[in-house]
Design a protein around this ligand. Sequence first.
Ligand code: 5RP
Length: 257
Amino acid sequence: MDCGMKNRISQIIKPETGRTVMLAVDHGYFLGPTTGLEEPRKIIAELLPYADSLMLTRGMLRTSVDPNASVPIVLRASGANSIIGDDLSNEAITVSVKDAVRLNVSAVALSIYVGGKYEHQTLKNLASLISECEEYGIPVLAVTAVGKEMARDAKYLSLACRIAAELGAHMVKTYYCDDFEKVVKSCPVPVVIAGGKKIPEKEALELAYNAVRDGAAGVDMGRNIFQSKDPVGMIKAVRSIVHENVSAEKAYKTLKL
Ligand code: 5RP
């Protein structure tokens, strides 16, 4: 791996702990004005100081993030569908690598839908984005999107994560599941977990704790942070778990709910 690629990955996965707290605020790319993200600039500014990186679309980056902020950017580079459209897996690459370079991003992210109607298209998207990004030393985070009909179990998630890594993804984002260690062991690149739909804070913190205990390199969490009654407290609590191995119970006690 070249020096530029390594440097960009270390901007996201902190070398001191080998872990990361990524803040995902890209939901609008298919959900529109998601609860908690109606005014993205405000909530992003509040949470930014505690995020190791920010995952979002180029539209939100241009309009809702202070360009003076030094936070590493993980740019969503796939989409072009919506929650009311035909099939969520019908995704395209939505950003040129040239624009990603112009936006000075640390990585780009793209969803794959293994087992979905447009599986082949999304895997081809991943492979071609990686090939282009390799030329510029930009890492690619593959997001294993799970269709409604798929089981979020270790067998399925191992399959999806491994395929992403085989195609050359530098990092993979997936969901936590029982036997998560198996997913991590069979994926030769760092794995981070999504938080998923909003759940009680205590459960979300337990999810983060269990994920890093079982080998995740951290979290790329969105709704369970920005939809919490105490979003800043929540991201700080997640940080303490991910970077300091604080227990979920202790971290929970710091929240102002
Ligand atoms: C969707 C995404 C989202 O950014 C991500 O899953 C959101 O994080 P969370 O589930 O924690 O709200 O990549 O495919």
